[in-house]
Unconditional design. Structure first.
Length: 182
């Protein structure tokens, strides 16, 4: 069973048919939709603000999703994006060993292995952040764009459904893991 920890009286919440690997860590104000998966050694840490995942998001092995506390507020407002929360809309894939911090990742985007996305960045719908890329704080990546490098820069437009298809694969993988755990 994953480490699921209440922090300051707030427990993680999730929808139907979610899969959490045995050594995944999910702490505090983490809210997930249906069919999400959090894989081996991944950490979702909602201690000073919220970690919000839509439906069918996957956070792969070794990744870390965390928030920030700009302005010294103990809890953020209910309005996103306030610079504190991290939000992944539906069908987002976070590749192995990626780090996301207080950012917004829109529907169907793919964050590549080992990539880092910093505070206040906005990753557009269906965008691809290449493996190892560093997206600086406040960067806005457009819809269906590929960004790569350190710091990340626009490379080209992505092919239709290039990023979006990965989320469905991980829903299928998680169903296998869930079935074998029964």
């Amino acid at each position: 069973m994953a480490l699921i920890k209440t922090y300051r009286g707030i427990a993680p919440q999730w929808g139907k048919e979610c899969y959490f690997s045995e050594n995944a860590t999910i702490i505090g104000d983490v809210r997930m939709g249906d069919e999400c998966s959090v894989w081996f050694n991944a950490v979702l840490r909602g201690d000073v603000a919220r970690v919000i995942l839509g439906n069918r998001c996957n956070v792969q092995d070794g990744s870390c999703l965390h928030v920030t506390n700009f302005g010294g507020k103990d809890r953020p407002s209910e309005d996103f994006i306030n610079g504190n929360d991290i939000m992944l809309e539906d069908d987002v894939t976070v590749g192995h060993n990626a780090t996301l911090h207080a950012c917004l990742v829109k529907r169907g985007a793919l964050i590549g292995m080992g990539a880092t996305v910093l505070d206040g960045a906005v990753i557009g719908e269906g965008a691809v952040i290449a493996a190892g890329a560093l997206v600086l704080g406040g960067t806005v990546v457009g819809e269906h764009e590929l960004w790569a490098g350190v710091p990340a820069k626009f490379i080209k437009k992505t092919a239709p459904n290039q990023a979006e298809s990965y989320a469905q694969h991980y829903v299928e993988y998680s169903k296998i893991y869930l079935a074998e755990g029964e």
